[in-house]
Design a protein around this ligand. Structure first.
Ligand SMILES: [Ca+2]
Ligand SMILES: [Ca+2]
Ligand SMILES: [Ca+2]
Ligand SMILES: [Ca+2]
Length: 345
């Protein structure tokens, strides 16, 4: 028997090896350059309606959704603290029926009145002053308690300018807790107004007892959420501020629900610091659930006086004599120095 073995030519073997080499090269190139990178990192580029309507959703469109009003919105899922885990942000989507914006009313020379809304979501009180020394009044709002979230809120400041108080100059980064009233005063006499807030009792470790009077120090760079001074005053329900003793330092008068007024007499001139002498005087306010306090030179003698309003058709006047004394006599006879007037409102 004759067995014939047909040998493959050497050139044909080389061709097959070359094909195998080419195939594996192409496979490794495709796997490492296209498949692996796509499985590790995703690039989401669907950031406009034009991108959306082309029907090709990158990353299967899992970072976007279309809201009820037809707008494309991003689902915020990012790693904010760089710990490798995606974090979630839940934005406030409740209706804002109780958070009405403040209304600005302007009266023009021809007696027409213009009303517009200011960019503050709910407020209990507003005061004003030129916080940044640019010649325009700035507005400082006491936030309301919307009852949806916890009582921790922020003071809103809207800086004024030639075009009024637009939303673009609204800031809210000063933390407060169940805040009830706001006042401004240059307590340390550095030329910059400080923001005085009346809050709940202590809400963080280390705060004093009583309602927290939190003072945010003003300065050439504005206000910082960490630059404040806390003072605890029991039963505080209202605050007002003026320089009652005419020494150049603004002072704070704190109305209390136990028929007393506590005065914070400031007396040092240091950056972001003040020495405070506390003095409390008792008064015989009527049994009222609604008391308020304000300051002004009522009797036009150049000294700032204090007014206490009630819901009993009475308005209390505490006339200042300067030098931390009141009425016709000394500070020890405050009750007799009070005069109350019939007051209808
Ligand atoms: Ca200003
Ligand atoms: Ca100041
Ligand atoms: Ca003073
Ligand atoms: Ca006066």
């Amino acid at each position: 028997m004759l067995i014939m073995i047909k040998k493959k030519p050497a050139c044909e073997l080389k061709k097959k090896l070359f094909k195998l080499f080419f195939f594996f090269s192409f496979f490794f190139f495709f796997f490492f350059s296209i498949i692996i990178p796509r499985s590790i990192a995703q690039t989401w580029i669907e950031d406009s309606f034009k991108d959306f309507i082309d029907g090709k959703l990158d990353a299967s469109g899992n970072n976007i959704y279309v809201s009820y009003d037809g707008k494309i919105r991003n689902i915020h899922r990012f790693d904010y603290n760089n710990d490798g885990y995606i974090d979630l942000i839940f934005c406030q989507t409740h209706d804002r029926i109780y958070n009405l914006p403040a209304t600005l009313g302007e009266v023009l020379p021809d007696r027409t009145i213009i009303e517009s809304n200011l960019a503050v979501a709910g407020s209990l009180q507003v005061t004003y002053g030129d916080l940044n020394h640019d010649g325009f009044y700035d507005l400082i709002f006491c936030p309301n308690n919307n009852g949806i979230q916890n009582p921790r809120r922020f003071v809103t400041i809207i800086y004024g300018g030639e075009n009024g108080w637009p939303a673009s100059r609204s800031t809210g980064h000063l933390p407060v807790n169940d805040m009830k009233a706001v006042a401004i005063a240059d307590l340390n006499k550095d030329g910059w107004e400080d923001i005085v807030t009346l809050n709940s009792e202590a809400w963080t470790y280390g705060q004093p007892s009583g309602n927290i009077i939190r003072i945010f120090w003003g300065g050439i760079r504005g206000f910082l959420n960490t630059r404040f001074y806390d003072k605890g005053i029991p039963n505080a329900i209202g605050i007002t501020s003026e320089d009652y003793d005419n020494d150049g330092f603004d002072n704070i008068a704190i109305l209390r629900k136990d028929s007393a007024i506590t005065f914070l007499w400031s007396s040092s001139q240091e950056e972001n610091k003040v020495d405070v002498d506390i003095a409390t005087a008792n008064f015989d306010f009527p049994d009222s659930h609604k008391l308020c306090i304000a300051s002004g030179d009522v009797n036009n003698d150049g000294k700032s006086d204090i007014l206490v309003g009630t819901d009993k058709n009475l308005l209390y006047l505490l006339p200042s004599l300067g030098k931390r004394s009141w009425g016709e006599n000394s500070e020890n006879q405050l009750i007799s120095s009070f005069k109350y007037l019939n007051w209808r409102y």
